[in-house]
Write a protein that binds this ligand. Structure first.
Ligand code: ADP
Ligand code: ZN
Ligand code: ZN
Length: 660
């Protein structure tokens, strides 16, 4: 009697067996309705076998096998198996998360044929620069698996390199997967791709798409009806029968890492997928992740460089440091920066003031009794949003009205402490009443529509001064932008998170890259109390390789990634003692003794130790050898599953954690 081994979306590391008298091997990869608990579920058939670990008479019968789609192919399953093994995630969860919601629903949904988005006229193609040509000559799309790291300064024309490669791959009759960090922030890229390949069929796949559209696009990609998929991290699992090239743009971007559910890195899964399919992959960035940079230095990836801007008239901006120890600051802004903004206003050019902190002030305080606005549910402050007159927690979303007086002592004299984008905006408006100021952060721009409207206003010259967070740092051309002022960057130098400098450097490099994209020369002024810090010297010199080399040396000496491999066990519970006790038990499991090549640190509270009323602890496992860590993790996870924990305790394992 044939037995179906079915993947179900459950947090259990096993498949589920059902009998199906009519089934055959040809049914592997189809979806199937199966009874589960008291209801019905949709699963995916992973295997058809003659036997089961369970007595056959105890197995339930499978329901209808759904053959509306072709069966999911082998390479899809090997990709899911890799992700499942590597990230310690149940195979069922991996397989099912890769499918659009409509295909997992028990109630039948209406089916539509895949369809590409509206077609446009082809855009003019620029002649390649010598550097672009040299880079393209290094990549042979027919040579099988090869990982290339394209390091190109901002404005060097990385996108043109992608487009030319895509063109070659399409000509060979293959499909292309182009991954981008956040589709919202890249409408320009999307329209460039569509305009260049009007006949190819381009679909996007990201979480902001309506469900029906996402399913339609996914089906079109799977059916091979469209040639280009432009997607965010979730798109990496899309089955594409003719995939011939993967491009990961802004490969350093933290949003390629999924931070909940299955915690995976889409960039790393992409490299695996390319290797498995024997196709090239191109990772592009002006500030590559140190992991990729180390891979390029170690010749596992080919390093390709674009050192100059593609438009010869567009020079890299001059970066200068403003030593604020020697300056009088008004609302955190120095005289020279004010003067520079004034000059731009007089010349009709745009300025951007970058501050990576939204809200009016990070906290409200009472000077009489020392009260500070804290979130009741998190170990964090409530941020003052004066524009909306709210106090808000940026971690759990809790919010409150702004009190008129101190809730503890009744003192009416309560003050905002520190500053965010709203406060800078208000102050600049007072300084420059005639200037049109546009604030760009997650509070003022919430949807893609709003973002497109903002971009239009900036391009249309309707803003003189932009005040914004890292939202403004990503790949946009603002031709009239000639000044970038940076506030509050020093915070990253001494952050508890040792990856903070790497992230800050990338952000500053990106935001600096917004200036001087056209004929007007750009200037970047960074306010700092540490002008001698190597991070800033590297920025002034536009020296990413130097900065990366210095950081990698530090990491090597300290035994940090990419020279060590890590996994984080996290536990959360109403009481911290329970979370820590659980982690302590996990530390003392016999399996830990059997893997001397893996070191476990002491369990500690997380930096954000309480989130939404749950106390959180973590335990770091580390090894100098990835295989050693990978051998340890499944055995450890199984043993952890056996720990008797309080019922409200939740835990998860994260491999290659990015945040601490
Ligand atoms: P990056 O992604 O590296 O920051 P882009 O691909 O956005 O750079 O290119 C920066 C600018 O240079 C864009 O305006 C683009 O149209 C232009 N550009 C790119 N390649 C060329 C080229 N070969 N000749 C002229 N302009 C180019
Ligand atoms: Zn008080
Ligand atoms: Zn909170």
């Amino acid at each position: 009697m044939p037995v179906l081994r079915v993947a179900l979306d459950l947090p259990l590391h096993r498949l589920f067996d059902y009998v199906a008298p009519e089934a055959s091997n040809a049914d592997v990869g189809y979806r199937v309705r199966v009874p589960f608990a008291r209801g019905e579920r949709i699963g995916v058939i992973v295997e058809v076998s003659g036997m089961s670990d369970w007595p056959l008479e105890q197995l339930k019968a499978a329901g209808e096998i759904l053959r509306d789609l072709p069966p999911l192919p082998n390479d899809f399953f090997s990709l899911c198996e890799f992700a499942s093994t590597y990230y310690q995630a149940p195979l069922g969860e991996v397989v099912l998360q890769a499918l659009p919601a409509g295909l997992k629903r028990v109630a039948a949904t209406s089916r539509r044929k895949g369809r590409a988005e509206p077609k446009q006229a082809a855009a003019p193609v620029p002649d390649l620069t010598a550097e672009q040509r040299a880079v393209l000559d290094m990549i042979d799309i027919r040579s099988g698996f090869a990982a290339h790291l394209l390091h190109g300064v901002t404005g060097s024309g990385k996108t043109e390199v992608y487009l030319r490669l895509i063109e070659q791959v399409l000509a060979a009759g293959r499909q292309v997967l182009l991954l981008v960090p956040e589709i919202n922030l890249t409408p320009q890229l999307e329209s460039r791709v569509r305009a260049r390949f009007p006949a190819a069929g381009v679909v996007s796949l990201h979480s902001e798409l309506a469900e029906a559209a996402r399913e339609r696009n996914w089906r079109a990609a799977f059916a091979g009806e469209v040639s280009i998929v432009l997607g965010t991290r979730l798109a990496i699992f899309t089955p594409m029968p003719h995939l011939g090239l993967i491009v990961v743009d802004e490969e350093h971007d933290p949003s390629f890492k999924q931070q909940d559910g299955m915690r995976y890195s889409a960039r790393d899964v992409a490299v695996f997928r390319a290797r498995q399919l024997g196709i090239p992959i191109l990772l592009g960035s002006a500030t590559p992740s140190l992991e990729s940079w180390a891979n390029a230095q170690g010749r596992r990836y080919t390093l390709l460089s674009l050192r100059e801007r593609a438009n010869p008239a567009a020079m890299l901006p001059a970066v200068d440091l403003l030593d604020t120890r020697k300056m009088v600051l008004k609302e955190g802004v120095s005289e020279p920066l004010i003067a520079a903004i004034k000059e731009r206003l007089a010349r009709g050019e745009q300025s951007l003031v970058f501050l990576n902190r939204r809200g009016y002030a990070p906290v409200l305080t009472c000077t009489a009794c020392g009260w500070v606005s804290r979130c009741k549910r998190c170990a964090a402050n409530l941020v003052l949003h004066l524009a909306e007159r709210r106090l808000r927690c940026h971690h759990c979303g809790f919010e409150n009205r702004v009190p008129k007086a101190c809730p503890t002592c009744g003192n009416q004299d309560i003050h905002p402490f520190g500053r965010g984008t709203q406060r800078v905006e208000v102050w600049l408006q007072e300084q420059f009443p005639e200037a049109r100021i546009l604030r760009v952060d997650r509070d003022s721009v919430k949807s893609r529509k709003q973002w497109e409207a903002v971009l239009e206003r900036i391009h249309g010259g309707e803003a003189d001064i932009l005040v914004g967070t890292q939202m403004l740092a990503k790949g946009h051309d603002f031709p009239r932008l000639t000044l970038v002022g940076v506030l509050g960057a020093d915070a990253a130098l001494f952050a508890a998170d040792w990856r903070a400098p790497e992230r800050m450097f990338a952000q500053l490099m990106q935001v600096a890259g917004r200036a001087g994209r056209a004929e007007l020369k750009g200037e970047v002024l960074i306010q700092t109390e540490y002008p001698d810090h190597p991070l800033y010297s590297a920025l002034v010199a536009h020296d990413y390789p130097g900065f990366a080399a210095a950081l990698l040396k530090e990491r090597e000496q300290a035994g940090f990634p990419p020279y060590a491999f890590q996994a984080m066990l996290r536990a959360e519970a109403p009481a911290m003692a329970d979370a820590i006790a659980f982690l302590t038990t996990a530390c003392a499991l016999p399996v830990v003794q059997e893997h001397p090549n893996v070191a476990l640190y002491d369990p500690v509270p997380m930096k954000l130790s309480r989130l939404a009323s749950l106390e959180r602890g973590q335990l770091l496992a580390e090894s100098a050898s990835r295989p050693a860590l990978q051998a340890f993790l499944p055995r450890w996870r199984e043993a952890i599953e056996g720990i008797k924990a309080p019922s409200k305790l939740r835990w998860h394992l994260e491999v290659d954690p990015l945040e601490f």
